[in-house]
Design a binder for this molecule. Structure first.
Ligand SMILES: Nc1ncnc2c1ncn2[C@@H]1O[C@H](COP(=O)(O)OP(=O)(O)OP(=O)(O)O)[C@@H](O)[C@H]1O
Length: 684
């Protein structure tokens, strides 16, 4: 067995389990070893029950002092029992685990480990795990990996498979040249892999992590460099002349482009009409007006007889861009035909759209991932624009570009990455920055409040609606949950309807709804029919309803700052004064401090930097959830110094061996090619 063997070469992994692993993106032993824990669970020392008297996580040892009962409540089965030691008694509850009635014996002793929480003035340990005392004592103090999982796959399955893989692999070759390891004080590859899964202690884990972060950046930078070199070698098959048509469109928008927009538009026209293939990143804060620049570029391509496509990460956004584009084409009397292609369309609709694309009856194509499905054949695809790069990643972008014969590409991003990092991460792209907001914008007024402010917030929303404006309210969850105390869109909407006047139309939106339903709700919100939209973060990226002036975020403490900034970006997009209300349920200092950053600044770059400063070392695994460029283990902000080192090392290697043909770089070349070829194997 080697790293490239399939996971089912491991004992105990049959066809069913193999499929479960595959759903989590794990096909080979290497995939498995690179399926890093998202954190570690350190088993606490057992404490007397008396000490488990405040909210928190504990392990207690005692006797089951009551009968184990099963009750039915709201369709769920609830198991209750009580554990007792010399110091006190603690109530235990489990949801939907009725079999515990037969396994837990009254009078027997166990260790119970779980979170203690207060409900109606009584303390409960919720959903405790149950152990024999000897079994538990062996686990105390050890860092147990906690893996990201998909349905059906358990933490234990992954952990067992990883252990077995380490036992079966004979030798883990280190592909990194020795001098790089020495110069940057990097751990051995084999050591790093083992210690990231089963760390001896925190220090070994940190060493392991640093090495793997370095690897990830290093491979990525080599791959990006390869892409850049191959692009530079190609002369553009699409020399697209500047056209007066786009100047006319720009003149008749009803607003003047900002100087930053004009500069970026000039850069794009220069590139598209030049001899080399354009590959450009447009970076601009939320609401800075990237979309119109994309539309102008699509018109320029279409005017030269090329097709152009715009790929966005969500159906809602695709529908929105398509509607805006169609409107612009019609209002300016342009002769272009746009077409929409998304995954949720019926087979017939998709077939018709594909036919139009193939026969070049459509010039401009707007859509989601469906655009990269193999069935779509383009005719003279000269321009590919992808929105929100971090949602797609370099590989998908390449996959789409590969559909045409080296089309021009534009990537649009609202992710505020400092320039020094951007030049490394987007090494294959030239960078344009829209660093100015349209002048008609009034700065958003922010406030950070606790839930006591809610009635006033509702009154405020009511007044805004009376003045003809609209509002978003964001909740973290879709449905009510027994386990998590957080607002959910469905029950929230019901309650809100009672709080606001009957004439106010309140609806909800969440990611589990069918795309057609989501689109219908967004259309009604855009048209002004819905006044208040209660939503999960599906509205986070790019949604544009300029008449909306209030963004209220419930449980704001549950979101990352970058995400909150994106959410706030949904308002303040028109000429009316906008407001953002961050409501939190936890009154602790850390929450306050984080939210105060947003309170004082509307600048994405500043927020990203401050967010970084506030993160403690404990956050190392939590940050990837912030939605920034998706690396497996590396974090673009926190690991910026390692990224600089990896970039320096990659430059040194390429300076002596640009094609990575030397014997000592063979392993590197293979990894780099894997990184590039990945685009052909991704299931969209
Ligand atoms: N120069 C301008 N003057 C006034 N309004 C503008 C200007 N440019 C764009 N707009 C308007 O500003 C709003 C936001 O623009 P757009 O949707 O392009 O933002 P964006 O940069 O894509 O933001 P996000 O990253 O949040 O999607 C739109 O309603 C757009 O019509």
């Amino acid at each position: 067995m080697d790293e490239y063997s399939s996971v089912d070469t491991l004992k105990g992994i049959g066809e069913k389990t193999r499929v479960l692993f595959e759903h989590a993106g794990i096909r080979t032993i290497q995939d498995l070893l690179h399926h890093y824990p998202r954190g570690y669970d350190v088993f606490e020392e057992i404490v007397p029950i008396r000490q488990a008297a405040a909210e928190g996580r504990y392990a207690v040892y005692g006797m089951v002092a009551s009968a184990v009962l099963v009750k039915r409540m709201k369709g769920k089965q609830i198991v209750t029992a009580a554990v007792k030691d010399e110091s006190g008694v603690l109530n235990l509850t489990w949801f939907n685990m009725p079999y515990l009635k037969n396994t837990l014996k009254k009078g027997a002793h166990y260790v119970f480990r779980g979170r203690v929480a207060e409900k109606n003035g009584r303390l409960f340990m919720e959903q405790p795990a149950v152990f024999g005392v000897q079994q538990y004592e062996q686990l105390v103090g050890i860092m147990q990996p906690v893996y990201p999982l998909t349905a059906g796959l358990t933490n234990n399955m992954v952990s067992k498979a990883v252990r077995q893989a380490f036992e079966s692999l004979e030798h883990m070759k280190d592909y990194l040249p020795g001098w790089i390891r020495q110069k940057y004080h990097l751990a051995q590859y084999g050591f790093a892999l083992e210690q990231i899964h089963f760390p001896k202690d925190e220090e070994s884990m940190m060493q392991a992590r640093r090495r793997l972060v370095f690897d990830e950046f290093f491979q990525f930078i080599l791959a990006v460099n390869q892409l850049k070199t191959s692009r530079e070698a190609v002369r553009s098959p699409f020399v697209i002349p500047r056209t007066s048509l786009t100047s006319k469109v720009a003149e008749n928008l009803g607003y003047e482009l900002t100087n930053a927009q004009k500069r970026v538009w000039e850069e794009i026209q220069h590139d598209m009409s030049g001899e080399n293939v354009m590959a450009r990143l447009i970076q601009g804060d939320v609401g800075s007006g990237k979309t119109i620049i994309a539309f102008l570029a699509l018109f320029m391509a279409a005017d030269a007889g090329c097709q152009g496509c715009l790929m966005v990460p969500t159906e809602v956004l695709a529908a929105q861009h398509f509607a805006a584009l169609t409107e612009l084409i019609e209002s300016q009397g342009l002769a272009f035909v746009p077409v929409l292609l998304t995954g949720s369309m019926t087979a017939r609709e998709k077939r018709l759209a594909c036919e139009k694309i193939k026969l070049h009856q459509a010039d401009i194509i707007v859509g989601t991932h469906a655009l990269i499905q193999e069935k779509v054949e383009y005719d003279n695809l000269g321009l590919v624009i992808t929105d929100e790069q971090h949602r797609f990643g370099v590989r998908q972008r390449e996959a789409l570009a590969a559909k045409g014969s080296t089309p021009h590409t534009i990537v649009m991003s609202a992710t505020p990455i400092p320039r020094t990092l951007a030049v490394i991460l987007y090494g294959d792209l030239d960078i344009s920055v829209i660093d100015e907001l349209p002048s008609n914008r009034l700065p958003i007024k922010n406030c950070v409040v606790n839930t006591g402010y809610r009635p006033r917030a509702y009154q405020f929303i009511q007044r805004q609606v009376d003045e003809g404006r609209q509002a978003y309210i964001i909740c973290p969850m879709v449905e009510e949950s027994e386990m998590i105390e957080a607002e959910d869109v469905i029950s929230y909407t019901q309650q809100l309807k009672e709080e606001l006047a009957p004439s106010v139309c309140v609806e909800y939106l969440h990611g589990k709804m069918k795309p057609k339903e989501k689109n219908a709700i967004m259309e009604r919100f855009l048209s002004g029919e819905i006044h208040v939209l209660v939503s999960t973060t599906v509205v986070e990226v790019g949604v544009n309803v300029p008449n909306a002036t209030v963004m209220m975020v419930e449980n704001a403490e549950r979101f990352g700052l970058a995400q909150l900034h994106q959410l706030r970006g949904r308002v303040g997009r028109g000429k009316h004064q906008s407001f953002c209300i961050f409501m939190h349920t936890i009154d602790n200092q850390r929450t306050q401090k984080r939210l105060e950053i947003l309170n004082h600044s509307n600048d994405g770059f500043y927020i990203a930097e401050e967010d970084l400063k506030l993160r403690g070392p404990g956050d190392i695994f939590g940050i990837r959830q912030s939605g920034l460029l998706e690396f497996k283990i590396a974090d673009v902000f926190n690991d910026a110094p390692v990224m600089q080192e990896a970039s320096e090392a990659a430059a040194a290697v390429l300076a002596v061996d640009p094609q990575l043909d030397m014997e000592e770089h063979r392993g590197l070349k293979r990894l780099m090619e894997e990184c590039i070829n990945f685009c052909n194997t991704v299931n969209f």
